[in-house]
Design a protein around this ligand. Structure first.
Ligand SMILES: N[C@@H](CCC(=O)N[C@@H](CS)C(=O)NCC(=O)O)C(=O)O
Length: 125
């Protein structure tokens, strides 16, 4: 079975997980789902993306997925190792997730003049 990532390609959250997989030289089966139309088999309890399956272990939330991949498959080498640096990392991840995603991605990128697959996000504003 191995790793399976349920992902929507334009999603920055999914791209972040895919960058981590690439950086760690991990292979994952990518199952495309569209959280905006409900297309595809989406296991996420809130209908979002991404979700990572590692055999029978299922995980949502990008920061948690990154932390899992980093500790399970990389001995933690992708993150800092001092308490303060770890705290800063978690702080920045939380700020970006809670404060930056909506204004930067949903209100700007998804409404850019250049047509983008995520433009359909606009309909959910
Ligand atoms: N806190 C979540 C946020 C995930 C999230 O918002 N994903 C967006 C990607 S575009 C989504 O699925 N949006 C669908 C919707 O809002 O209906 C994480 O870190 O994974």
């Amino acid at each position: 079975m191995g790793l399976t990532l349920y992902a929507y390609p334009p999603s920055v959250y999914c791209q972040i997980v895919r960058m981590a997989l690439y950086q760690l030289r991990l292979t994952a089966q990518i199952v495309e789902v569209d959280p905006f139309t409900g297309t595809g088999p989406n296991p996420h309890p809130f209908g979002l993306v991404p979700t990572l399956n590692d055999d029978d272990f299922q995980l949502t939330e990008t920061a948690a997925i990154l932390r899992y991949l980093n500790t399970q498959y990389a001995g933690g080498r992708l993150s800092p190792d001092t308490p303060r640096a770890i705290a800063r990392m978690v702080q920045v991840q939380s700020i970006v997730d809670s404060q930056a995603y909506w204004p930067l991605v949903r209100m700007v990128s998804a409404n850019a003049s250049v047509p983008h697959p995520a433009a359909k996000c606009r309909t959910r504003l």
